[in-house]
Design a protein around this ligand. Structure first.
Ligand SMILES: [Mn+2]
Length: 425
């Protein structure tokens, strides 16, 4: 039996160092470059924390890099941070995932002696003898590892704390491609004490005894990666996992604010409501810079006033955010999904409008109609010149080509209702 002692370690994943920023609204003054650097700052925060807390090792469960380096600076940054851990006597266990698979990376640098990486040819084990810990893992050989590699991981070593390190989408996770699929039950039955997973960007403790954990990514990159982002600090007592604590490392915090505009008479009142929501989100952001995606829905009486000058309204929202918090609040995008207030003075017209709204709602869920529309739109889009189809400004064309109709039906519905309600003016 190896000596068992009490210690802490860090489990992180999906750091995506130097990943390019895509799908973000760009305008003068948008801090896109600053956001691009956030992954590095978040990683340095993690290293600071590991050193300050005297953890014994850091596990990185894949996607340290976002893809092949543009130049050596990304790798050099990582080596520097590893040097800081080495000086503090902290070791690192590193596994590569789909984004930094062996066949993706064309450049490499020699890793410092305190960094131990998993082979991509077969599962292997790394032992930290004096801690009584053994790690089992296999890095990705290529981006699209679609077989169950966990199945071939070695049996647990007796008398050790066994940590499985795996980059996986698990099974039946429709939001993620099926990288290295396996089931929760399969992992739980393996006999390990802790599964340090990576790939899914939302932090989640999926299972206890044994622990099966996704730490999520270290820094949100867009509006679908909201809330605190970081890593898990894991405490080991008497050779067993004792406690987990999520440690936020992010420097910019994403929030999605959904604003209901029903019953609002004037645009400046709507700005007031948005400002309140922004203020609450700034307070929730733990002294980090807030990055907010704002979606406005409902049927305000000021619908026309806003839609007549959408750009002006959005500029007012951005100005309100600056007035509120300066550069501590960034309004990334304002999505106006509002519809005109229903005119209740004429019951016949109200009936016609609600019938139309009902019809359009049903059209979204009607599979036969959906298939028909998809086929017809698809054929039309296929006839368009390639450069038009690829134009990032023509979001709707792309959606049609991909057979995504929901947004289009939403927009069409709002437009049709606006037309019907406007007729009586
Ligand atoms: Mn991944």
């Amino acid at each position: 039996m190896a000596t068992q002692c009490d210690f802490e370690f860090i489990h992180a994943a999906d750091i995506h160092l130097d990943s390019p920023m895509r799908g973000l609204a760009r305008y003068d003054g948008a801090p896109i470059e600053r956001l691009a650097n956030c992954a590095r700052e978040a990683f340095s925060n993690l290293i600071d924390y590991a050193i300050a807390e005297h953890v014994r090792f850091v596990v990185i469960a894949g996607d340290l890099y976002d893809g092949d380096w543009r130049d050596f600076n990304t790798g050099l940054f990582f080596i520097q941070e590893m040097g800081r851990l080495r000086d503090a006597g902290i070791r690192v266990v590193l596994l590569y995932g789909n984004h930094d698979a062996a066949n993706v990376m064309t450049r490499s640098l020699d890793l410092p002696a305190n960094v131990h990486s998993f082979d991509h040819k077969q599962p292997s084990s790394i032992e930290f003898d004096e801690l009584g810990v053994v790690f089992h893992g296999q890095s990705f050989e290529r981006r699209d590892v679609t077989d169950n590699i966990a199945r071939a991981y070695p049996a647990p070593w007796p008398g050790r704390l066994n940590i499985g390190v795996l980059h996986t989408a698990l099974e039946g996770n429709s939001q993620h491609a099926s990288y290295a699929p396996c089931t929760l039950g399969e992992l739980a039955a393996k006999g390990y004490d802790y599964w340090a997973l990576g790939h899914v960007h939302q932090a989640c403790v999926l299972h206890e005894q044994p622990y099966i954990v996704f730490p999520g990514n270290l820094q949100g990159r867009h509006a679908r990666e909201c809330g605190p982002k970081g890593a898990y600090r894991v405490s080991v007592r008497d050779g067993a996992i004792d406690a987990l604590e999520h440690v936020a490392c992010d420097v910019m915090r994403w929030a999605e604010l959904n604003i209901k505009a029903d019953g609002i008479d004037e645009a400046h009142q709507l700005i007031g409501r948005i400002t309140q929501a922004l203020e609450a989100a700034v307070n929730d952001a733990d002294a980090r810079t807030l990055a907010a995606r704002i979606t406005v829905t409902g049927r305000p009486a000021c619908y026309r006033e806003i839609m007549r000058d959408q750009e002006g309204f959005i500029a007012d929202v951005r100005a309100a955010a600056v007035a509120l918090a300066g550069d501590r609040a960034w309004v990334e995008k304002v999505k106006l999904k509002i519809a005109p207030a229903l005119d209740t003075s004429d019951p016949r017209r109200q009936d016609a409008v609600s019938e139309l709204a009902e019809l359009l709602t049903q059209a979204g869920g009607d599979e036969t109609l959906g298939a028909q529309l998809r086929a017809e739109f698809g054929a039309l889009v296929a006839k368009l010149p390639a450069e038009l189809r690829a134009d990032p400004e023509l979001e709707m064309v792309r959606q049609l080509g991909d057979g995504r109709l929901d947004h289009i039906l939403d927009d069409l519905g709002a437009y049709a209702i606006a037309q019907v309600t406007a007729r009586g003016d």
